[in-house]
Design a protein. Structure first.
Length: 349
């Protein structure tokens, strides 16, 4: 049996491991944090820091292919792994999306539209970026941000100091605030020999920077849905990508803008578990294992709702509500922590 190595042991790794196991594959998780959601469903788990080259090498030698469930893996760790096992998606996909500046440049060079942006190093460059882009704007750290962390809104020059303070003076970009009509995302997949399959666009609602709900179908026109899927296909091909990719988009009167890409399975694709015969997790495992992609046609309308922090306190009511329940096995329900999600099938597609 082939063994899939997964870097990162959170809930995405857990759901990938479940999918791999359902396909008769073995899973070996590598995660610096002990007792993560993925380790307990994997056949093997290594808990070691990213700097532990011996552990990385042993892990890479023990698996047939390495994939990952989050994008902030240090380049040095990947270099060690790459000597012993193929990494899918490839390292370029990861490095492009690890840094919001290189990500924006890559998307722009592909001819895709993004929010107006400028790099920021310090108060001086922020002042000139703000002059160029105008307020309101959002300052975002180039690296390591997720769930809206590492971001600060700016209404005018008076906010400059506080915003830099809020993001810890890290290298950043300033983005113009887009007045979008709605937010959608496309989960796309590309196989080893180049075929592309995209799931239907979902419509996303964020609260406090965290994804709250995804609804399919999105309330967009057929033309907009086709545009969204084509954008995902362009990105997949340009990166010579293998695996599943999430593309977050803003729908505006001027067309679609790409907000960001994630080189992995994506929270806004969880609806596929109960809306499609082949979900994003199986699709990703098929792709990285070099298998044919599955048919991701949507058979049902679905609303995916994240269970965040204390949401799980009402588990009994949720469990009785008829929705499909997906829990990550996390012991402690901290505020803002994703504990699980539910998929409510709302009708046939
Ligand atoms: P994720 O958890 O999706 O990785 P993140 O921390 O990388 O989130 P973004 O996706 O950049 O953050 O931003 C989070 C949300 O904030 C977006 O989904 C959108 O609702 C809002 N947002 C971000 N950038 C902009 C923008 N330029 N204009 C308007 N809204 C924005
Ligand atoms: Mg992000
Ligand atoms: Mg995002």
């Amino acid at each position: 049996n082939s063994t899939i190595g997964i870097l990162g042991g959170g809930q995405l790794g857990r759901m990938l491991a479940v999918a791999a196991s359902r396909l008769g594959l073995h899973v070996h998780v590598f995660d610096p944090a002990p007792d993560g959601p993925a380790a307990e469903v994997a056949r093997e788990a290594t808990c070691a820091p990213w700097e532990d080259e011996a552990a990385l090498e042993a892990f890479a030698r023990a698996v047939d292919v390495v994939t990952y469930e989050f994008e902030n893996i240090p380049a040095e760790a990947l270099e060690v792994i790459a000597r012993h096992a193929p990494i899918r998606p490839n390292r370029r996909a990861l490095s492009v999306s690890q840094d919001r500046l290189t990500e924006k440049q890559f998307l722009t060079e592909l001819g895709l539209k993004v929010a107006p942006y400028a790099p920021v190093e310090d108060a001086e460059s922020l002042a000139s970026a703000l002059e160029e882009i105008g307020a309101p704007a959002i300052l975002k750290t180039r690296r390591l941000g997720y769930d809206g962390k590492g971001q600060a809104r700016i209404s005018g020059p008076e906010d400059i100091e506080a915003a830099l303070e809020a993001i810890g003076h890290a290298p950043a970009i300033l983005e113009g605030l887009v007045e979008f009509e709605r937010e959608v995302s496309v989960i796309g997949a590309r196989g080893t020999s180049g075929p592309v399959a995209c799931f239907d666009p979902g419509e996303n609602r964020h609260e406090g920077g965290i994804l709250r709900r995804t609804t399919v179908p999105a309330a967009i026109s057929e033309g907009q849905a086709a545009d969204a899927v084509l954008i995902a296909g362009r990105i997949l091909s340009a990166l010579d990508y293998v695996g599943v990719l999430g593309v977050e988009l803003f729908v505006t009167p001027e067309g679609l803008l790409v907000n960001e890409i994630a080189p992995r399975v994506h929270n806004s694709g969880h609806w596929t578990q109960n809306g499609c015969t082949i979900d994003q997790f199986e699709q990703h495992i098929r792709a990285v294992a070099g298998w044919p992609l599955g048919d991701g046609t949507r058979h049902s309308d679905v609303v995916m709702e994240n269970l965040i922090g204390d949401d799980v306190a009402e588990l009994e009511g949720i469990a009785a509500s008829g929705a499909a329940l997906h829990l990550y096995g996390k012991a402690e329900a901290r505020p803002g922590r994703k504990m699980g999600h539910v998929n409510r099938v709302t009708g046939p597609a």
